[in-house]
Each structure stands twice: as C-alpha cells, then as structure tokens.
Design a protein around this ligand. Structure first.
Ligand code: XMP
Length: 317
C-alpha cells in the first residue's frame, strides 16, 4: 500500500543518490506541485537546490510577498525576481488570448534563463510535473509541452538543456497534497485553488495594463477572502474574478458613473476537465457585490457566471 511517509523516505534516498553534490534549479509558482517538489528535493540536497520565484505582475494581490515569505520560512533557498515590468512590456497592446499566453511564456523563459545562468555549474532542472501532466503532454497540448511550444525561435534556452528531475511524476494531485502535508508544508499552500500560469492576464479581457491588474487584484481579493471567511473556500474547486471590457451606467450619490463590469466565477470540479458553477448563497453574493462596488474604484457592476463546462470553459479566455 502506498503511503506518503514511505514515498517521501524512498524518494529522498533516490534523489540523494541521483543528484549527489550537483546543483539543481527549480521554478516555484506558488502552487501546490512546485512547492511540494521543492520541499522534497530540499530534504534530499538542502542548499544545493536553487529556487526561483518570478513576479510576473499577474499574480493575486500580495501573493508574491506572502508566498515568498512562506518559502523562506520553509527553509528553501529561494530568490524572488521582480519581473513585472518585463511582462507588462511584453503584453502591451495584446488582446488575443493565445498571443497573451505566448508573450507570457516567452518572457518567463527569458527571465528564468537569465536567473539560471547566475547559478554557477548548475546541472539539473527540477519540475513539479505530476502524473496527469505526463499523460496530457502525450496528447500534445499539456502543460509540460507548453513551455516548449512557447519557444519556437532561436533554439532552446540553456536551462532547457539541463537534465530534468521530476520527483512527482507518478503522483495524482491528492497524493501530492498528502506528500506536502507529510513534509509539513503550510495548509495555505497545500489547500490552495488552482491558478493558471498566465495568471490575471487571461482574466482581463482585452489588453493588459498595470491599472487594470490593480483593479482586478482588489476585486479578486475581496471575493477570495470572503470565501475564506464564510468557510466556503474549501467547497469550491476554483474561484476568481474577470475584468470585462464592458462599461455600464450606474449611480453613486448624485453622480452618474460609467465604469467596468466585473464577473465572479466559482466552480466545482474534480480535475478541471468538466465543471459546474457553484450555487453560492445569495446573501453571500450580495455582500461580496456590495463590498466590491463600494471599495473598488473603477467598478460599478458585478455579475455572477452561471455557465458550466462544457460548453463554457472555466476561464473566459
Ligand atoms: P479552462 O478555462 O480550459 O481551464 O476550462 C481549465 C483549467 O486550466 C487552467 N488554465 C490554465 N492553466 N495555463 C495554465 O497553467 C493556461 O494557459 C491555462 N488556461 C486555463 C484554468 O485555470 C483551469 O484550472
């Protein structure tokens, strides 16, 4: 029978054997998989694991600082890289969702390659690939294939020529969480909702500006922290807010306003392949809506997405 304790013990021993005194580089995302992979390798080789956590300017409010802090508390050798401006520059004027993804993927690779070059004599690239990613990448369009498809000019960047180590590639998500708990990773990291790599860029319809990111971060923060305080966060598989390019008329005091419409989305799912919209309580939605409209400048209307997947997708882009 599989147990997380045995998995950790066995994998740490294998990693020590395989990696010896070599240096390893790993990109942290704030998500469950890369965090668990990092802690597992850290147990095996300690400071020889060099973690890089990139702020692409598309993360949730305060996420970069908070998560970087937790990583440091966990004892990881982690470097936080503020690359917000590089990503905003790469995204400027882009409206097409797939072009946004390409620009973000390309910029991530450039930033990561610059950082990897600063680690002298690094031998391995570690990734938090889990079993479903392996299966999906066999069907061409999976997350692991994505990084390669983004880089279609000028040959592979140097870090992609490193030997690859993927200690979680036989595990399912629930097993990854069990391993994470065995490694004493904080519940705020283990239990977090999935979040797309391109982040808020695919929840801001039309072009991205730092001002729009700022608006959406505030809206998202109100929604997510309300889910937590109402005890609903763990009942929801994924939740977030979408900034639409639609403006609508409203009234605020004696003034007529003409501002953004935001949409809230919360879904129940097992693996993201199909999803049903969550029947959140009306009173909860009413409070969140009031809070958003009262507190976030630039938003005067909130709608709730009641579409299921299929035929809708979870994200709007
Ligand atoms: P959709 O919108 O396709 O989303 O129903 C299914 C799941 O995948 C996530 N998603 C992405 N994750 N890069 C990612 O890393 C992406 O480009 C991307 N697009 C969607 C989405 O958040 C949901 O969990």
């Amino acid at each position: 029978d599989w147990t997380a304790e045995q998995f950790v013990e066995g994998t740490v021993a294998q990693l020590q054997e395989k990696l010896g005194n070599d240096k390893v580089v790993l990109g942290l995302s704030g998500g469950v998989d890369s965090s668990v992979a990092a802690m597992l390798i850290h147990q095996a080789i300690g400071k020889n694991l060099y973690c890089i956590f990139v702020d692409n300017g598309l993360l949730r409010k305060d996420e970069f600082e908070t998560v970087l802090d937790s990583y440091k508390h966990m004892g990881l050798n982690v470097k936080g890289v503020d690359a917000k401006d590089r990503f905003y520059a790469a995204l400027e004027g882009i409206r097409d969702p797939e072009l946004k993804r390409k620009a973000i993927g390309r910029t991530f690779i450039e930033v990561f390659d610059d950082e990897a070059h600063q680690i002298e004599d690094v031998k391995w690239l570690a990734q938090g690939t889990i079993y479903p990613d392996v299966i999906e990448s066999l069907s061409v369009n999976g997350p692991s294939a994505t990084i390669k498809s983004h880089h279609n000019v000028g040959g592979l960047p140097d870090f992609m020529k490193l030997q690859v180590v993927e200690p979680l590639n036989t595990l399912f998500k629930d097993e990854v969480r069990l391993v994470g708990r065995t490694l004493k990773i904080e519940e705020t990291i283990i239990g977090r909702h999935p979040f797309p790599g391109p982040g808020l860029a695919i929840r801001i319809l039309s072009d991205i500006t730092p001002q729009k990111v700022h608006i959406l971060q505030q809206v998202d923060h109100i929604f997510i922290s309300s889910l937590k305080s109402a005890g609903l966060y763990d009942d929801v598989w994924q939740a977030g807010a979408i900034l639409t390019p639609v403006q609508s008329v409203g009234v605020m005091g004696d003034e007529r306003t003409y501002e953004h419409v935001v949409a809230l989305r919360a879904v129940a799912s097992v693996d993201g392949m199909t999803a049903d919209w969550c029947r959140l309580p009306y009173d909860f939605l009413a409070d969140v809506s009031n809070d958003i409209i009262n507190k976030v400048k630039g938003v005067n209307r909130v709608v709730y997405d009641i579409s299921s997947k299929p035929p809708a997708t979870i994200e709007w882009e």
